[in-house]
Design a protein around this ligand. Structure first.
Ligand code: AMP
Length: 445
């Protein structure tokens, strides 16, 4: 199969040739003809499978071939994305695909001045990439009209809901013409997303190129268990041992990002960090330098790193496990993209056992454990498996108190698997992991 047989026009085929795309990926093979035929779409695709081209190519073709010329302050196609970085990235892809077409494209997002965006929108834009909050601001200030809108794309729709954008989406939705084409893309499909799809889509074609909620199989994944306080030390040790060249590291909080970057820089390691507190220009600069291999270690929170496409990224390290299990799939999807292989290593401490279990249940796999000599945790991480169970091992029976016994205290520690089972009580029942709250979260972690 070729892009030509999918019905794409010559100017787009020329752009694809320049970019070196030879064969459509599975999501492209299904989405392109459906979008060209005007269908609504609900598409689940693994990260890095080429979904951006899957919607952008046919969308550009429809804009070039059909409909009236764009008028002042109007927009004919809208792509909504959850973060500024993703807006830049999707727009960059769109710009490359549209190279040989007479179309105006643009991206708007928050964190930067609104005035230049208002100026740019004055003469109308064929295709606009936007984050929901800034789009609404522009609409409310009359910088934007939706009367010409023919297509709406929701990219990473699950993430938009996770970030608490559901109200903004509802407000945008109310402002759009009822008659339009809607394409919904999401790496993972929660029940909330299915509900949203039910409200927004009209007789959608459902595309699922991979089983639900399965992480990219081109990524080799394993975990190292370690005590929380020794994570930075283990990271540096693994980095030196593995001679890591370029690593994207995920930490849970902004403070966590800053602390790790500071520690690495203190050791003379070329590291930088991105998170929601940093100005957009600083984040973009760190990212650009990382892409150019001028920065070796980029430490990020989930929001800042969402959707980043970094060519040939060999390794992702979860310094902390994500709070929302689905973020794990997104994180490791930054490696092993476009057919190459990658590696994802998670440093897991005892506190994180429930997060680990939720990830294993979601991805339906038990992550391989690889212990690092000298870093075996004092607080053992209980065994977990893909059934979502934390396998609690019985506590060591307390030794009867003897006078003057100043031996080591060992309360609350798990019995190692090699140790003999204690006489009483026998094996404790297995405990179900509580369901995680995946409801709306704060916008910036
Ligand atoms: P995406 O999943 O849209 O973020 O795309 C992941 C990466 O795959 C991007 O770097 C794209 O440029 C690249 N890509 C997308 N489609 C193709 C294709 N058909 N052939 C080669 N590379 C592609």
């Amino acid at each position: 199969m070729t892009f030509a047989t999918l019905g794409l026009i010559e100017p787009l085929l020329r752009s694809l040739e320049t970019l070196g795309y030879q064969t459509p990926t599975p999501v492209q093979a299904q989405a392109i003809p459906a979008v060209l035929a005007g269908r609504d779409l609900m598409a689940a695709a693994q990260t890095g499978t080429g979904k951006t081209a899957g919607f952008a190519l046919p969308l550009l073709q429809l804009l070039a071939m059909e409909g009236p010329k764009v008028t002042a302050n109007s927009v004919r196609a809208l792509i909504l994305v959850p973060t500024r970085e993703l807006a830049e990235q999707v727009h960059e892809a769109v710009r490359q695909y549209a190279e040989n077409l007479p179309l105006r494209t643009y991206a708007v997002y928050g964190g930067v001045s609104i005035n230049p965006q208002m100026m740019k929108l004055r003469s109308g834009v064929d295709l606009l990439v936007a984050t929901p909050g800034r789009l609404l601001d522009l609409f409310r200030q009359n910088a934007l009209k939706f009367n010409q809108l023919q297509t709406l794309v929701l990219d990473e729709a699950d993430r938009m809901l996770d970030l608490g954008f559901s109200e903004e989406l509802a407000n945008i939705y109310r402002a759009l013409p009822k008659k339009r084409q809607t394409l919904l893309f999401s790496a993972t499909f929660s029940d909330d997303i299915r509900l949203l799809a039910g409200q927004m889509l009209n007789d959608p074609l459902s595309i699922e190129v991979s089983p639900r909620n399965v992480a990219a199989n081109t990524v080799k994944q394993w975990i190292v268990t370690v005590d929380k306080k020794r994570k930075p030390e283990l990271f540096v040790h693994l980095m030196r041992k593995g001679k890591w060249k370029q690593v994207l590291v995920f930490a849970k909080t902004r403070n966590g990002v800053d602390a790790l970057v500071e520690k690495l820089q203190g050791l003379g390691i070329n590291a930088d960090g991105i998170h929601g507190d940093k100005p957009q220009a600083t984040r973009q600069r760190a990212l650009d330098r990382f892409k150019l291999s001028e920065v070796q270690i980029l430490v990020a929170t989930d929001v800042a790193a969402r959707g980043l496409d970094i060519e040939d990224l060999p390794l992702v390290v979860n310094f902390d496990l994500p709070i929302v299990a689905e973020d794990y799939i997104h994180r490791i999807g930054r490696t092993g993209r476009a057919g190459s292989t990658g590696e994802a290593i998670s440093l897991v401490c005892a506190d994180e056992v429930n997060l680990l279990s939720a990830i294993e249940m979601l991805t339906r796999q038990t992550l391989k454990r690889q212990n690092e000599p000298d870093f075996e945790p004092e607080h053992r991480v209980p065994d977990t498996d893909a059934s979502g169970q934390v396998i609690k091992k019985p506590k060591k029976p307390k030794k009867p108190k003897t006078s003057g016994g100043g031996g080591k205290r060992n309360l609350g520690k798990w019995v190692d698997s090699g140790e003999a089972a204690p006489p009483e009580p026998s094996i404790k029942p297995v405990r179900k992991v509580p369901v995680f709250n995946t409801g709306p979260r704060k916008r910036k972690p």
